[in-house]
Design a protein around this ligand. Structure first.
Ligand code: C2E
Ligand code: CA
Ligand code: CA
Ligand code: CA
Length: 278
């Protein structure tokens, strides 16, 4: 019987019906992951389309599960959102990303923006702005190097509250981007209502470039819309030279995708930063 007790069991759990030696529920597993060193971040470069230089880095969370190995975020972020665990998880991500951004800066490479994904429950937490301020303070990172990525659904849920939160974050000097723009049922309303600094064009729009005439029309229109609204614009999921060529001609400012790099370790990011032309 003792053999059945893998590492993935809770030995002394006194609550919620999980007794000694029983396999953990997903919720407990995720809780353990957050408190127990099983999460880590990978980082994906964002590049200037005109020069190819790295201008920013997006932090992406990963879970190294003791039994299942690497679990992609699509398989645990929704659970974290449902259970509210996204709040402590997101706080860990925020602090770790700020710590890492500062560590890169301390090596003497040119400073760059660190982008962190923020979910609805985090954004709705009245303490969120002070958590952001604390993370910046703790790691000695200037606020303008931090960018928070939110999707339209995050701000549209409770527009008044979201506007107030955005005002607090902007007062700190943090930048805000609208993520996955052009995916699903997203509309133009969020752009009209909320003070974003940057627009991230969803991979589904970029994917069909440059062959698909409709995609070409939509991407071109989004780029000019962003220019008119004074938002910087980044294309997500850029995988090919042909897409890159199109984006350069369409005057898209920045791009992110496998064409440049997959999400990688902090050491690999440092290597990329050190080898790029100064
Ligand atoms: P996202 O914020 O839209 O992040 C971009 C996703 O696209 C990442 O997937 C990235 O690995 C992937 N990607 C980047 N370039 C390419 C490309 O050229 N081709 C393709 N096919 N994919 C590309 P990942 O890391 O699996 O993350 C998935 C989603 O999970 C993210 O989508 C985001 O919504 C969520 N997520 C990740 N980390 C966090 C986090 O720390 N907090 C929160 N709240 N959500 C997170
Ligand atoms: Ca994102
Ligand atoms: Ca995205
Ligand atoms: Ca996405």
């Amino acid at each position: 019987r003792a053999k059945q007790l893998g590492r993935n069991t809770l030995q002394h759990h006194d609550g919620a019906g999980t007794s000694v030696g029983m396999p953990l529920g997903e919720h407990e597993e995720l809780h353990l992951a957050i408190t127990g060193d099983q999460l880590f971040l990978e980082y994906q470069p964002q590049v200037d389309v005109a020069t190819g230089r790295i201008t920013g880095i997006e932090a992406l969370v990963r879970w190294n599960h003791p039994a299942k190995g690497r679990v992609p975020p699509i398989n645990f972020i929704p659970l974290a959102e449902e259970t509210g665990l996204i709040v402590p998880l997101g706080l860990w991500v925020l602090n770790e990303a700020c710590r890492q951004a500062r560590a890169w800066q301390d090596t003497g490479v040119a400073p760059l923006t660190i982008a962190v994904n923020v979910s609805a429950k985090q954004f709705a937490d009245p303490d969120f702005a002070s958590h952001v301020a604390e993370a910046l303070e703790r790691h000695g990172l200037q606020s303008h190097w931090l960018e928070l990525e939110v999707t339209e659904s995050v701000v549209m849920q409770d527009a008044e509250r979201a506007l107030a939160m955005m005002a607090s974050l902007r007062a700190l000097g943090v930048r805000l981007s609208i993520d996955d723009f052009g995916s699903g049922y997203s509309s133009l309303a969020a752009l009209k209502t909320f003070p974003f600094d940057r627009l991230k064009m969803d991979r589904s729009l970029v994917e069909a470039l440059p062959g698909d005439k409709t995609a070409v029309a939509i991407v071109s229109a989004v780029i000019s819309l962003a220019q008119t609204l004074k938002l910087s614009v980044l294309a997500e999921g850029v995988e090919t030279d042909a897409q890159m060529h199109f984006l350069r001609h369409a005057r898209c400012e920045e791009a992110q995708g496998y064409r440049f790099s997959r999400p990688v370790s902090p050491e690999e990011i440092l290597r990329l930063l050190q080898t790029q032309l100064r």
